[in-house]
Design a binder for this molecule. Structure first.
Ligand SMILES: C[S@@+](CC[C@H](N)C(=O)[O-])C[C@H]1O[C@@H](n2cnc3c(N)ncnc32)[C@H](O)[C@@H]1O
Ligand code: SF4
Length: 409
């Protein structure tokens, strides 16, 4: 998921090598080139998330902050995003991004001119000389050759395409705005525009889904040869139509079936040459998401846009969710922050453990000093193993990753 920071107002979850981006149209009048006083390169903010909340159609399972596309609001929205970015940059003067992630919602729901305004604005405001990855989430319903060319021209070098399934019936159940053919055409359009780093998002554990359908979806995905594949087990999120249907007993969750889907995913994708580098993420060597890795390592990041979360130093804040309130606040010179939390070292440490445990590199031994009893127990149960001085989940442990992580919180 966004994969990127998944800025869900209800649950506030964390989220999802490359060549240097050639285009760096930095405007020297807007920002001076030296590292700000007192800032070393190591404490600059390196990761920026931008939340674009618009969707052409609302999927009945989705709890990300989003709203129906309202063309009368999108220009003002883009202006507000650029103003927030400029304000943060002016105040903190510590933005030197190595990754930028435009997530949502659906960033590609914006039209060509709006996307160009945003991308140009980022080039003008920021020093992009150290940028290695610029991701944009895209929905097959709103990808076009002209948009793909524009994104490429402005230095976006990674696309995360929300395909979810290649099964027409399941796509209908998911309320998607596209069919399987449009999914495939969008992928080919992105390739033709020159994108060499594409992720495909898929979902499993869907109501009525059978193993053969999931196998076929994985195989059709592999046949397209994306560099990265994210596979998410359906979560029945509160305040969604799917949640209601689950509560009413129409949709049932089957933990054993979900575990079987997950095992099948690992077997098929690893066999096809995709490294399983995080519970929900698989990549060809060298194409692991740099942005998501930064979250999992507990690095600072700045979130721009409605509902976006930022964590910088020992503070975490979240912007107001409602995008109209966000626009009004930013354009009238007020802060869009809705809440601020002071973090403790202990909070940051436990978060780092929970997130890094889900990764292939695992948790460094130094982080787990106070947890000798839990680690011994999990090693005894065959869920964790020692590796390179740290601890990583075994194959059996990956299936139970959430329960293992909970024991360390
Ligand atoms: C914010 S969405 C972005 C992509 C774009 N809006 C789209 O849907 O095509 C990121 C991904 O989260 C996953 N996702 C959304 N809701 C989910 C849920 N309730 N359970 C599991 N995965 C979910 C989907 O795979 C989706 O592509
Ligand atoms: S298009 Fe993506 S963000 Fe929008 S409602 Fe569907 S899953 Fe959520």
């Amino acid at each position: 998921m966004s994969n990127g920071a998944n800025h869900n107002c209800a649950t506030d979850r964390h989220p999802e090598r490359s060549r240097r981006i050639p285009l760096s149209n930095r405007n020297p009048l807007l920002r001076d080139s030296s590292t700000p006083l007192g800032m070393t390169e190591s404490n600059m903010v390196r990761h920026i998330y931008v939340h674009i909340p618009f969707c052409a159609r609302i999927c009945p399972y989705c709890a990300f902050y989003k709203d129906l596309l309202d063309r009368s609001q999108t220009w003002r929205f883009c202006e507000a995003v650029l103003q927030e970015l400029a304000e943060r940059d002016r105040r903190a003067r510590r933005l030197l991004p190595s990754t930028i992630y435009f997530g949502g919602g659906t960033p590609t729901a914006l039209n060509l001119a709006q996307l160009e305004l945003l991308l140009r604005g980022f080039h003008e405001e920021l020093d992009l000389s150290q940028l290695v990855e610029w991701t944009m989430e895209a929905n097959p319903g709103s990808v076009s050759a002209r948009k793909a060319t524009l994104l490429k021209k402005f230095g976006v070098n990674r696309i995360s395409l929300g395909v979810q399934s290649w099964d027409e019936e399941l796509l209908k159940l998911l309320g998607r705005e596209h069919n399987a053919q449009q999914g495939e055409e969008s992928f080919r359009t992105l390739r033709a525009a020159g994108f060499t780093n594409i992720n495909i998002d898929l979902m499993f554990g869907l109501p009525g889904q059978i193993p053969d359908q999931w196998r076929a979806t994985l195989e059709r995905t592999i046949a397209l040869q994306p560099e990265h594949i994210s596979t998410y087990c359906l979560t029945y999120e509160e305040d969604t139509e799917f949640f209601m249907r689950h509560v009413q007993g129409e949709f049932r969750q089957d933990a054993n079936a979900d575990a079987d889907f997950f095992e099948m995913t690992m077997a098929i994708l690893e066999d096809a040459g995709y490294g399983h580098y995080e519970i929900s993420n698989y990549a060809r060597a060298g194409f692991e998401s740099v942005h998501n890795r930064a979250y999992w390592l507990g690095k600072d990041y700045l979130g721009i846009g409605p509902s976006a979360v930022s964590t910088i130093g020992m503070q975490r804040w979240q912007n107001v969710c409602d995008y109209r309130a966000y626009i009004d606040r930013v354009l009238s010179g007020q802060s869009p922050r809705a809440s601020i939390e002071n973090l403790t070292k202990e909070m940051k440490r436990t978060e780092r453990i929970a997130l890094s445990l889900r990764t292939r590199d695992g948790v460094p031994g130094s982080e787990l000093k106070g947890f000798a009893r839990q680690t011994d127990e999990f090693i005894g149960l065959g869920l964790l193993e020692r590796s390179n001085g740290g601890l990583v989940l075994t194959r059996k442990g990956k299936v139970l990753a959430d329960s293992v992580a909970e024991a360390f919180l």
